[in-house]
Ligand binder design. Sequence first.
Ligand code: FES
Length: 293
Amino acid sequence: MHRDVAALIDRQERWAGPLGEQAQGILARLLHEGGRRPIKDVLNGTWLGHPVHPAVTDVPVGAMTLAALFDLTGRDSAADAAVAVGIAGMVASAATGASDAVDAYGRVRTHATVHATLMSASATVYLLSGLLRLGPRVLRPLARLLGYAGYGVMTAGAYVGGDLTYGIGSQVDRHAFEARGTKWRSLDVSEVPAGTLVRAKAGSDAIVLYRAADGSPVSAFHALCSHMGGPLDKGTIVDGCVECPWHQSRFDLGSGQVRQGPAVYDQPRFEVRETAEHGLEARRMPTGGNGRA
Ligand code: FES
């Protein structure tokens, strides 16, 4: 069944692609310009070390499930309160989800746009249901019906959203499945000129090396950005951090900790040594700033 659903969503590219791109333009202006980047970091979860959106979405799903059960059993006040909480949760979910989606490309953007469209439709239906609940009792059956319809659309949207993470890997740490290294591995470079980001291979890992002009030790990180795999060796050095060229996440040169989003996970670090026998060698540090690298 999942294959058919995924193919159905892929076929929405014709409208979801342009719509997503247009929405991204507006969101990028809202979230990037005028010093608003810290707001985006809060919405992404950079401060938390974990994406905020999947946690926040539990609120409307839980609240609307309760609302449906209360409506079915005739507990009107409880249902109304649950719908109000659910709508508030949907607003928070929309803000955090939009902040994640603004950095998406290609198939991820198409699926994210379909997800957002379904959730927006559900929120609109719930809003109508909520307004009818404030009116005379004669409108109660229609309010309930709209609630059930909103729940159905929300469930479809939640399915697409879950697949974005579990099926397509959006917002997954690009280093989630790598083991910690214990062995020193030779690098395929023999020197690290000061002030330049240098890409090197350490076994199967691509790493990026940086030596500051002040003579401080060489910093070494995995070359793929933890956010979406951007090439950090093509990045720039800003304020003691390496900045990813794709979405401008920044990682501290000393610790690998994320200092600016949209990344939420730290960058795996390597220690570097030079031996007379093997030249430059690197091995992955046992822990990173979040204890996971
Ligand atoms: S890939 Fe997005 S910030 Fe690096």
